[in-house]
Design a protein around this ligand. Sequence first.
Ligand code: GYE
Length: 328
Amino acid sequence: MKKLRRSLTAVLFLCLLLSGCGMFDVDVEEPAKEEEDLIVVGFSQVGSESVWRTKNTASIQEELTQENGFFLIFANARQKQENQIKHIREFISQRVDYILFSPVTEEGWDTVLQEAKEAGIPVILVDRKVDVADSSLYTAWIGSDMTEEGRQAGLWLENYEKENQLESQQIEIVVLQGTEGATSTIERTKGFHQIADAHENWVILEEPYADYTTAKGEEVMDRLLDTYPSIDVLISQNDDMTFGALQAMDDHGIKAGVDGDVAVVSFDAVDEALKLVKQGRINVDVECNPLQGPYIWMTLEALERGETVSKNIVVKERVYDQSFFSGR
Ligand code: GYE
C-alpha cells in the first residue's frame, strides 16, 4: 500500500514539474513525508440529482481531507452507470488505495469489480448496493435500511387511517418512485408494499419512476393529477420529487398536506422539507441520513489498521411528522 501512495506522490510531483511550479524546489526522489502517507481514495458519486446527494457528497469530502490523512479523488457520474464503470477503471489504473462508490443502479457490476479485486484494491459501497454473484467483490457497504424506511411510510399511513377513521373507505395512492433499479427505489417500494399489501382498501393507482429530481417529480405528478381525479395519498420516494409534486398540486388547485386533499409522505427529511412538514404541507418525512462521511472514515481507518470490518454498516435515522415540532 505504501508503494501505491509513493507512486501517487510521484505523479503529483510530476504534475507540479510539468506545470512548471516549483521546478527547482521539488525533489522527486524524496517526496514530502505527509503526502507519502496519505491514503488515496477514488470516489465515484451517483450525481448531484438531489439535496440529499449534495449533503452526502459534502459529508464525505469533509471527512476524507488531507488533514485527516486522505487524498480524495472525486468523480461525479451524473446518474450514469457507464460513467461509474469508467471512473472505476481510471481509479484502478491510478492504483488508488481504496475505491469508494455509490452505484447508481444495482446490476451490471461483476466485471469491473472483478478487475478491482484482481488489482488488489478494496471497494467500499456507499448508500446504494450492488447485485453481484460474488459478495467478496466488495469489502463493506455503508448506508441506510431503506426497506425499513419504506415500512415506516406504510406504518405512518396505517396510523393516519386509524386516527381519521378511514378503515372502511377506499384509499387511493400514487407512488413516485426514484431511479429505476436503484437500491433506494427497490427497497423503499418493497418496504411500503409489505404494509400496503395487507390493506385491501389501499389502492395503488400507479407507481411511476421520477428519477429523484424536482423537474421529473413535477412532470409526473402533473400527469397523475390529470389521469386520476381522486388521489388521497402521495408517497414520494425523495424530497426533491416532493417539491416538484407540490408545485404540480398547486397548479391544479389541489391542497396538499395536513387537512388538505392529498396526504403527502416523503423521504430524506432534508432541512428544506422539514420546514414544509412544520407548515403542514408535507404530512410526514421518513429520514434518510446523508451524513455517512464519519462512518466511511472510521471504516477506512479500521481497514488501515488491518482490522476486519462489518460487511454491512447501517446508519441511524427517524421519522418526522408534525408531532416532532409541537413537542408532543
Ligand atoms: O433518497 C435521494 C437520492 O440513494 C438514499 O438518492 C439515496 C437516494 C436519496 O437521490 O434523494
